[in-house]
Design a protein around this ligand. Structure first.
Ligand code: URA
Length: 189
């Protein structure tokens, strides 16, 4: 097993795909490396690329605000990262080839964190981590257990900013996450 230091060092120097050429920063991940709860988004946007931290733009602020309602804070009890660690130009969806090149870093992050819950933010992460024809509008909030880890997906915060009418469904999903934490997590929240 790789150490965090080795993994981060490799990732920050990565040249596995063309996104390396246009990035300002590799966005490796943030939060608690021993968390029981892990969030996975799609890829850095402009603010994340500039700051080197995931979910720090408008969507990230909304996400942090919503998660605080169920006792989750990146400074305290969750880890957050993305499927791809470098910003796709103009925020387009990351290509399958880019995801394939990058996914090994996420796999190692999951091994190191050993989360009990993995929450995908949006379709792209759910396609990769839950199943490959995941329909976010139909399946968000449903739980799948694999190798003792519980997976679910919620709408991406950018989707909630575009279409606030999706927020009530997300609040239902957040309550379900809070309940799953009560059932399977042991840290205090
Ligand atoms: N959107 C994502 O999917 N990830 C980020 O880090 C920021 C925006």
């Amino acid at each position: 097993m790789m150490t965090w230091e080795e993994l981060e060092r490799q990732c920050l120097a990565c040249q596995r795909c063309a996104l390396a050429d246009s990035r300002t920063h590799v966005v490796f991940g943030a939060g608690q490396r021993d968390a029981e709860v892990m969030f996975v988004g799609e890829g850095p946007g402009e603010h994340e690329d500039l700051q080197g931290e995931p979910f720090v733009g408008r969507g990230g602020l909304l996400l942090d605000e919503m998660l605080s309602l169920i006792g989750l804070y990146r400074q305290k009890n969750f880890y957050i990262c993305n499927i791809v660690k470098c910003r796709p130009p103009k925020n387009r969806d990351p290509l399958n080839t880019e995801q394939d090149a990058c996914i090994g870093y996420l796999r190692e992050q999951i091994v190191l964190v050993r989360p009990k819950l993995i929450i995908c933010l949006g379709r792209i992460a759910a396609n990769r981590l839950i199943h490959d024809d995941y329909k976010i509008t139909k399946e968000h909030g449903q739980w799948v257990e694999r190798d003792g880890v519980f997976y679910t997906a919620i709408y991406h915060p950018a989707a909630l900013l575009r279409d606030p009418s999706k927020k009530p469904e997300t609040f239902v999903d957040l309550r379900s996450i809070r309940e799953k934490i009560r059932q399977v997590c042991t840290h205090t929240y």
